[in-house]
Design a protein around this ligand. Structure first.
Ligand SMILES: NC(=O)c1ccc[n+]([C@@H]2O[C@H](COP(=O)([O-])OP(=O)(O)OC[C@H]3O[C@@H](n4cnc5c(N)ncnc54)[C@H](O)[C@@H]3O)[C@@H](O)[C@H]2O)c1
Length: 253
């Protein structure tokens, strides 16, 4: 398939590699900061000159201007994988714009391994809730350039733990200068060096600790998942969450 990479930063470059590995062709790179001298196929914006109806657009850029980009994809009729984060305030407008296009799959984590991990953590949380006596918490580490805390992945895992039952009913992402309430699920973040993303879930009891860790080695896992999601969305169409994509990938349904 033909792929347009929107946002030619750290993720965009990984997506280009992953697309090539899976036999696809990157036909356009869209990034307002890249220059044509650097990248002959670079474009400043999404339009009919950079994509066509058969192009799968993969957007890992910045939230600013996202509604315009989704509208531009929809106008051409191309499918869109949306990995850019930080657009919660514009969610309705983005998803409405996507509904008019050739398919949109969106989510804050396209990593196959991290989504596998979230499902394993959810299963473990169900066991811990059934057994009783196990106190869960989530701890995440990321590189010091990361703009948000906690990570979207940590929050995704936390939601799975809350949904599994047990006494936790809300996320507590802050440093506490008081005793934590039994209903609060502590989600702690640290920023250090160039760590691409490490998430650990603890289930702690008087007798022992069950500790599950996912450690990303690079951004490649996100990129491979995003390209696979592109292969899927161009055949299914519609507005889909990344969870629906992984339901398909993990269970075929
Ligand atoms: N969903 C996921 O699985 C996942 C994984 C990793 C990162 N992300 C998200 O992907 C985004 C990019 O992350 P990154 O680490 O590559 O950032 P980055 O800063 O390395 O790259 C972002 C690029 O987007 C470009 N850009 C800015 N505005 C643009 C526009 N209007 N059109 C096209 N390009 C534009 C910037 O010039 C920059 O080159 C962030 O929102 C990040 O949170 C999502």
């Amino acid at each position: 398939m033909n792929v347009a990479v929107v946002g030619y930063g750290r993720m965009g470059r990984e997506i280009e590699l992953a697309a090539g590995e899976r036999g696809h062709t990157v036909t356009a790179r869209v990034d307002p900061t890249a220059t044509a001298a650097d990248y002959p196929t670079v474009h400043a914006a999404i339009d009919a000159g950079s994509i066509d109806r058969d192009t799968v657009v993969i957007d890992f850029a910045l939230a600013a201007g996202l509604v315009d980009r989704v509208e531009a994809c929809a106008a051409v009729g191309s499918s869109l994988v949306l990995g850019t984060t930080g657009w919660e305030a514009e969610r309705d407008a983005v998803l409405a714009a996507g509904a008019a296009g050739g398919g949109l799959v969106w989510g804050s984590n396209f990593s196959v391994g991290a989504n596998m991990f979230a499902r394993i953590a959810a299963y473990a949380a169900g066991l811990a809730a059934g057994a009783g006596g196990y106190d869960p918490a989530v701890v995440e580490l990321h590189h010091r350039g990361k703009q948000d805390s906690p990570s979207g992945t940590a929050l995704m895992i936390a939601e799975e733990i809350l949904a599994a039952g047990g006494e936790k009913n809300r996320v507590q992402p802050e440093t506490l200068h008081r005793r934590i309430e039994p209903e609060e699920l502590h989600v702690a973040s640290a920023r250090v060096g160039s760590v691409p993303g490490t998430h650990t879930v603890y289930f702690d009891s008087i007798a022992d600790t069950v500790e599950l860790t996912h450690r990303a080695r690079s951004r490649h896992g996100f990129a491979v998942g995003a390209v696979q999601a592109g292969e899927w969305i161009r055949s299914t169409g519609g507005v889909r969450t990344v969870k629906e994509f992984f339901d398909y990938l993990f269970t075929g349904g």
